[in-house]
Design a protein around this ligand. Structure first.
Ligand code: PRE
Length: 237
């Protein structure tokens, strides 16, 4: 049943003429969301130029309107819900849910999104709608330098969707392990002592624990031990 707030909500695909209003709404939402979201680091002109550069043949942008006023938008690109924004005064009225349902319809197989770790209202909203937490970053990869959480809506076949994500990561891990073995092998002729250098391995595990705190130094020490043992063995082969 549509609620009173959503019964007269119109969802429609955006066209180029809508992009300036979308940029304005984006800036308005981001300003009102501080401190749950960090302040935008770029100036308004840059944000407008960025939004106006979206290619709407590949960036599926949908608007939520009532009486011709833009109240929210969602943009889906590849298998990502790139953005979902609702005007501050309309939050909690069902527009976000309507846009999220639309995104699920556009990507029935599942999609991911990034949300600021500090944005607890948004995270609770997504959890309520069946999204699950994946990894957390330290924020070094975004302009705000603020930690983010990757969340996923695992779609109609969650096992298949999440296995697809596992396969992507394992492909990267396989490439990294191949590079790792090659380096272990290349170093060996330059060693001045024989046998394992446990101090160096402990240092490697500590550095990894800084990047993957979820595993912690002890588990990572065991993982490094297996990697080094198998790399030395493969390098001899
Ligand atoms: O750094 C070294 O001395 C190496 O031989 C490389 C390496 C490694 O693969 O990282 C391998 C064995 C040592 O125990 C420590 C580290």
């Amino acid at each position: 049943m549509p609620t009173e707030a959503t019964s007269d909500l119109l969802l429609r695909p955006a066209d180029r003429d809508d992009l300036a209003a979308v940029a304005d709404l984006h800036l308005q939402v981001r300003t009102a969301a501080v401190p749950a979201m960090p302040p935008v680091v770029y100036d308004a002109a840059f944000v407008r130029e960025y939004v106006e550069s979206w290619d709407l043949s590949t960036h599926e942008l949908w608007l939520g309107e009532r009486d011709g006023s833009l109240l929210g938008y969602a943009m889906v690109h590849d298998d990502w819900l790139h953005s979902l924004y609702v005007a501050p005064a309309e939050q909690g009225s069902g527009i976000g849910s309507a846009l999220l349902d639309l995104a699920k319809g556009l990507r029935p197989g599942g999609f991911c999104l990034w949300v600021f770790e500090s944005n607890e209202p948004a995270r609770a909203f997504y959890r309520h709608h069946g999204l699950v937490d994946l990894e957390t970053t330290d924020g070094s990869g975004n302009p705000e330098r603020a930690p983010e959480v990757r969340m996923a809506w695992p779609g109609e076949d969650p096992l298949a969707f999440l296995r697809g994500l596992v396969d992507d990561v394992d492909a990267q891990l396989g490439d990294l392990l191949a590079r790792r073995v090659a380096l272990t092998r290349a170093i060996q002729p330059y060693r001045t002592t024989s046998g394992r250098d446990r101090g160096r391995e402990a240092e490697i595990a500590r550095e990894m624990a800084r990047r993957a705190p979820v595993l912690g130094p002890e588990r990572l020490a065991r993982i490094v031990d297996v990697i080094v043992t198998e790399s030395l063995d493969a390098g001899r082969g």
